[in-house]
Write a protein that binds this ligand. Structure first.
Ligand code: SF4
Length: 250
């Protein structure tokens, strides 16, 4: 397992232990109360928590096994989703507490996600794959409104949009540019894809990946030589590689 994936996996398991310890501590505080009603409620909540905890633990183990075996355990897809939904925010916070930069944890989560998508080995027709690009890739001086229609791009080559159009055309995928999460969600609703290649920063990508679940999303990080959200760039080779995984099933 690569180091980058190891970080998120490690933090997930550490989060699992932290959640378990907090529960154990709180439960022990409550269960010795003199009031039978409080003890009864605590016992009921404890049973619910234990069931949830077992599901999250099973999901975490399923993610780990999928990565080690390079094959997704399809029957455990549900618990994998539950584990990600609960452990992701805890893992990010835990990382921050022990001094790991948020972007590093998010980057590792994106790596794990991409690898999981790869292990699906699901072939998606090109016409059902959307390449979702952020508006900040467009040159800030460009006067053409590409968010409403990508064909408005004159392909002058001054920014990454022209290259992305070529990649999309070459493979027959759909390319859209979004100004934010709301438009991105609308695009996914309108195009109804079976797979997404999303280009963005660590924060937007990880949020988008979680938002789009259960839709498979391959995340490609943008480069920000001019600072965040301004004239960003993207490695077209990485976009094409991600597209290849969707179109060829891994
Ligand atoms: S490649 Fe397209 S979007 Fe980029 S600056 Fe040129 S015309 Fe504008």
């Amino acid at each position: 397992m690569k180091n980058s994936k190891r970080l998120y996996i490690g933090l997930s398991f550490a989060s699992l232990v932290v959640i378990g310890l907090i529960f154990f501590f709180v439960y022990n505080l409550v269960r010795f109360q003199n009031y039978p009603l409080i003890r009864g409620i605590a016992a009921g909540l404890a049973i619910g928590f234990i069931i949830l905890f077992v599901l999250i633990a099973a999901g975490s183990v399923a993610i780990l096994l999928s990565i080690i075996r390079a094959r997704k355990i399809t029957s455990l897809e549900g618990v994998i989703r539950i584990a990600t939904a609960f452990l992701f925010p805890v893992a990010v916070q835990l990382g921050k507490i022990i001094g790991i930069a948020k972007d590093r944890t998010l980057g590792s989560f994106i790596e794990v996600n991409n690898y999981m998508v790869k292990t699906y080995r699901r072939i998606i027709p090109a016409g059902r794959v959307v390449i979702l690009a952020p508006h900040c890739l467009q040159d800030s001086d460009c006067p053409f409104k590409i968010t409403t229609d990508i064909k408005n791009c004159r392909r002058c080559g001054k920014c990454a949009i022209s290259g992305l159009i070529e990649v999309a055309e070459k493979h027959g995928a759909i390319l859209r540019v979004a100004t934010g999460g709301t438009l991105a969600r609308q695009i996914l609703k309108d195009t109804n894809p079976k797979g997404v290649i999303a280009i963005a920063c660590e924060r937007d990508l990880s949020l988008g990946i979680k938002d789009a679940t259960p839709l498979p999303v391959m995340g490609v990080l943008n480069d920000r030589p001019n600072g965040p959200c301004h004239n960003t760039q993207v490695d077209l080779v990485k976009v094409e590689e991600a597209l290849g995984i969707m179109l060829n099933g891994g």
